[in-house]
Structure formats: structure tokens, C-alpha cells
Design a protein around this ligand. Structure first.
Ligand SMILES: Cc1cc2nc3c(=O)[nH]c(=O)nc-3n(C[C@H](O)[C@H](O)[C@H](O)COP(=O)(O)O)c2cc1C
Ligand code: SF4
Length: 485
């Protein structure tokens, strides 16, 4: 899958820096406890949500999902957020789902697996997601034969005022490419060139107009299921390219009270939060992940994010996790037969920067906005803990984020994939044994191709071991090798 890269193409290497002794780690900020609402984390370490493509086609937890989270739990981070999990009764390929009670037993097994593998040290959250429909980029002929909705505009342009749809389609197909394109409006052209994608602003569609009524109970029911399965808390997915982020976005021009103004854009996220909070037991933490910056033209800036965060924190959110970018708006054009993927454009780069970067480099791109957001919270007298992620791969960088007030908790995603034992190694004075992530984004490319996510630093290691779980193509081990001291 093609991905956008900064044109400077400056290559950055990773550096383990200075690792602490076990005694120094015990004193470090990174290993001090913190309260996330009703939940106590033993340290400030957090593995943000990462989709591994290991659920089954129905969205159930599989042995492979259990293996993935067990492996992270063995490294004993203070918290793991389970991957984006769908709250509706819609099939979504091998993505986890939580839109019905039948998913609870599998999710309970997941909670038990993490508790056991971490010796009870790791708290487990689950990311709850709603997403709209995205179709694959169509074959142009099929698009004109079937998908394009014929309207009076097409009839008028073709001077076929009373013609049937079939006649209009045939007339369109008889034109050359340029003439045909000239007859399409922006949205129709996008559907042809990238694939049809629903937007929260498509209020002429009843199912989109009604989202503000339907989503609060869907999120609340999903959160109750998470609590019943034993999760310590839920992370409402208000980030990246999905429904709730689209409501929060500056590009949301809905005129029904759920867009257009700052208050309108944050209204549904607040209503979803209120419904969830009211539904879950008091011991369940409720937080969200949102964008410190959307990183697209006309998108929300850090000043907008500050307003969102203040409103959500005032309402009582237990934590705010900050990501950046990852939007459909600037995603690269997919090949025919593939779906547009939100992490392929410049905003996608901001979300998961790789080692080819610009002068700013791939590490800490969210640092400044995250610091501003936390400062605004504290200035408003709010103590809501924040989580920041992005390129953290050594102890010093993590410690600095806490020392300078950028965040209260450090999210470490790809580094945890490269070495799930990162947290345990650093804490016990074995930092020099950490397998450092190189930020190649091989894992992310697998995600984009809907293949089981692994890391290139270990997935060809020890393939001859007996009973090794392998990827569907048989070429890669699915789990990082154990740490042999
Ligand atoms: C394979 C993969 C899957 C991801 N899936 C999710 C997801 O489900 N939800 C989410 O909010 N972020 C997701 N992310 C983004 C990460 O949580 C994180 O924000 C990003 O990788 C930057 O942090 P890092 O530099 O520590 O990796 C994913 C990242 C990767 C590499
Ligand atoms: S494949 Fe491994 S080294 Fe490359 S970015 Fe992903 S986790 Fe890091």
C-alpha cells in the first residue's frame, strides 16, 4: 500500500539513550502510579489501541486475539487499550465487535488472559468505535452501469429530459472519459475515483440524519458490555477518520445543532459521553481518544482541540488520549477494487510517522499541541489525566514528556509491538536489551492490507520452532519471541 512521505526524505535512526537501573526506574516519573478516574494504574505506561487483524469474520475474539494481547501483557505495561471495537451490528471483517451480548464471553476471556499474563498488573481498556460505510473504488464501467445515482442534473446535461435511467447510463458510457467526468459533481467524481464514502454531513440520508439519536445508546450499550466482560474502562474513539471525529471536525457543517459551531460539533461527543457514563458502573473508567490536530486543510487545530477537551473534561471524562491526523480527506487514491485508507496521506503520516521524515523528524510531532492542551486543562482547574503517543521508544523521551508537563501518561504503540517486553525491561534495569522500533511502518502497511499485523524485526525469527503460530501465508510468526534473559 502506497503511503505518503515528506518530500525531504531525511532518514532518522533510533537511539535507546540512557536506560535506568532498576533502582533509578523505581524513582522515575514513568513508574509512579496514577489514578485514571476510578482506576489505579501502577505506572504511566500505556499501550494505545492497535488493530492486529486477528478477530474472525464475525468479529469474535479468537485464540489469535488472545495470543496478541497475552504477549503485550507479559511485558506488564500499566494499561493496554484493546483495538478499535465496533459497537454496531454490522459485519466488519476481522475487526473485534461489541454490538451484541454474544460477544461478551470472548471479551471476558480476553480480560482474563491479560490479568493472568500480567500477574494482575495491567489494567485493560477497550476502544469503542463507530464508523460509516466506505466502498471500494469501483471499475469505471460498473460505476456508470450501476452505482451512479442518475439525477435530473445528468438528464439535463445530456439533453435527455424524459429518458429512463438505463438510457442515461448508456449515453454516459458512450461519452469519452473527459466528457463523462465533466458531467459529475465533486462527490460523484470522488465516488468514481476513490470509492463511495458516507459522511456525517449526508443528512439527506435518514441513517445519517439520525446518528445523534442512535449513537448515544449504541455506545452506552457497548460500554455496559465492556464492563460486564470485566474491562477496567472504555476509550470512546473520537479520533482519526471515524464517525465521532467527523462530528468534532471543523469540516462538520451539519445545521441540525450537531455541527457548524464549536458547541454544535462537540454536542454529540458530549451526549455520547453522558449516555455512557450514566450506563456503566462507577468502577468503570470512561475516557476518549481525540485529535490534538486534524492536520488537514480546513480541519480542527489545536485551539479547537483545546475547546473540545475542556468541554469533555468539564463533563467528567476520566482521561483524554491525544492522537493526531489519520483522516480520509487527504488519503491517497486507492487502486480499483481497493478501499481508501485514512493513513496514507499527509495527515496519516502525522498519525504514524515513519523514519523518512522532514526537518521536524518522526518523534514527538504531537508533543507541542499535547502540552498546550494539558496546560489549558490545568489553567481551567481540571486535573483530567492526558495520554500522548507518537514515536516514544526510549526511557529518556518518556520521562521528559512527564517531566515537562506534556502529558500524565505515555502511550507507546509501535515500540511495544517491536518489543512487548519494553516496559518490563526498562523497569527492571534491562533497558539495553530492548529491541528498538525503527519506525519502518511495515506493521502499518500490513494493517492497511488487512493482514495480521507483525513486526519485521522479529517475524522471521525462529520459524522452525515447533507449534509456532504463523500468519495465514505461513511466512511470519505472529508473536514476538519470548525474552530470554
Ligand atoms: C498496526 C496499527 C494499528 C493501529 N490501530 C489503531 C486503532 O485501532 N485505534 C487507534 O486509535 N489508533 C490506532 N493506531 C495508532 C496508534 O495507537 C498510535 O497512535 C500510533 O501508532 C502512534 O504511536 P507510536 O508512534 O507509539 O506507534 C494503530 C497503529 C498501528 C501501527
Ligand atoms: S514493523 Fe516493527 S520496526 Fe517497523 S514500525 Fe512496526 S513495530 Fe516498528
Amino acid at each position: 500500500m502506497a503511503m505518503w512521505r515528506p518530500k525531504e526524505r531525511i532518514k532518522y535512526g533510533v537511539d535507546g539513550g540512557q536506560w535506568p537501573t532498576a533502582a533509578a526506574a523505581a524513582q522515575a516519573r514513568l513508574f509512579q502510579p496514577i489514578a485514571i478516574g476510578p482506576v489505579r494504574l501502577a505506572a504511566r505506561t500505556w499501550v494505545p489501541a492497535m488493530v492486529p487483524w486477528r478477530a474472525d469474520e464475525e468479529g469474535f475474539v479468537t485464540p489469535s486475539v488472545l495470543g496478541w494481547y497475552r504477549r503485550f501483557a507479559e511485558g506488564r505495561p500499566a494499561a493496554i487499550v484493546v483495538e478499535a471495537t465496533g459497537i454496531r451490528e454490522v459485519p466488519s471483517g476481522p475487526l473485534l465487535r461489541i454490538g451484541h451480548d454474544r460477544f461478551i464471553p470472548g471479551l471476558r476471556a480476553l480480560v482474563e488472559t491479560v490479568q493472568e499474563a500480567s500477574g494482575g498488573e495491567t489494567r485493560l481498556f477497550i476502544q469503542l468505535i463507530d464508523f460509516l460505510s466506505v466502498r471500494r473504488r469501483p471499475e469505471p464501467t460498473k460505476y456508470f452501469e450501476r452505482f451512479l445515482r442518475i439525477t435530473e442534473r445528468h438528464r439535463a446535461a445530456l439533453e435527455l429530459p424524459k429518458a429512463s435511467d438505463a438510457v442515461v447510463r448508456a449515453a454516459l458510457l458512450a461519452l469519452d472519459d473527459d466528457a463523462r467526468l465533466a458531467l459529475l459533481d465533486d462527490r460523484e467524481r470522488e465516488s468514481l475515483e476513490k470509492g463511495y464514502r458516507e459522511r456525517v454531513t449526508d443528512v439527506e440520508l435518514p441513517e445519517i440524519a439520525s446518528l445523534p439519536h442512535r449513537l448515544p445508546p449504541l455506545f452506552a450499550d457497548a460500554a455496559v458490555r465492556a464492563a460486564r466482560a470485566g474491562f477496567d474502562g472504555v476509550e470512546l474513539h473520537y479520533a482519526h477518520a471515524y464517525t465521532m471525529a467527523s462530528f468534532l471536525s471543523n469540516t462538520n457543517q451539519r445545521s441540525d445543532g450537531y455541527g457548524s459551531t464549536a458547541a454544535g460539533r462537540v454536542r454529540l461527543p458530549l451526549e455520547v459521553y453522558a449516555a455512557v457514563r450514566q450506563a456503566v458502573p462507577a468502577h468503570c473508567a470512561v475516557g476518549c481518544r481525540l485529535l490534538a490536530e486534524e492536520c488537514i486543510a480546513g480541519g480542527s487545530t489545536v485551539d479547537d482541540a483545546i475547546q473540545h477537551v475542556l468541554a469533555l473534561a468539564h463533563a467528567g471524562m476520566d482521561f483524554i488520549s491525544l492522537s493526531r491526523g489519520g483522516k480520509f480527506d487527504d488519503a491517497l487514491t486507492p487502486k480499483v477494487g481497493e478501499a481508501v485508507y485514512p493513513y496514507t496521506g499527509p495527515s496519516g503520516y502525522e498519525c504514524m510517522p515513519s523514519y523518512y521524515s522532514d526537518g521536524q523528524g518522526p518523534f514527538g510531532r504531537n508533543r507541542e499541541p499535547a502540552a498546550q492542551i494539558r496546560a489549558a486543562l490545568r489553567a481551567a482547574g481540571l486535573s483530567t489525566p492526558t495520554v500522548v503517543a507518537g514515536g516514544v521508544h526510549n526511557f529518556q523521551a518518556a520521562e521528559a514528556l512527564l517531566a515537562d508537563g506534556t502529558a500524565d501518561v505515555v502511550g507507546i504503540a509501535r515500540q511495544a509491538l517491536a518489543d512487548p517486553d519494553f516496559f518490563l525491561k526498562v523497569r527492571t534495569g534491562f533497558g539495553s536489551a530492548v529491541r528498538l522500533c525503527k519506525y519502518t511502518n511495515y506493521c502499518e502497511a500490513l494493517d492497511g492490507r488487512h493482514k495480521e499485523v507483525t513486526c519485521e524485526l522479529w517475524d522471521r525469527e525462529g520459524l522452525e520452532e515447533p507449534n509456532l503460530p504463523l500468519s495465514a501465508d505461513g511466512k511470519r510468526r505472529l508473536l514476538a519471541p519470548p525474552w530470554r534473559r
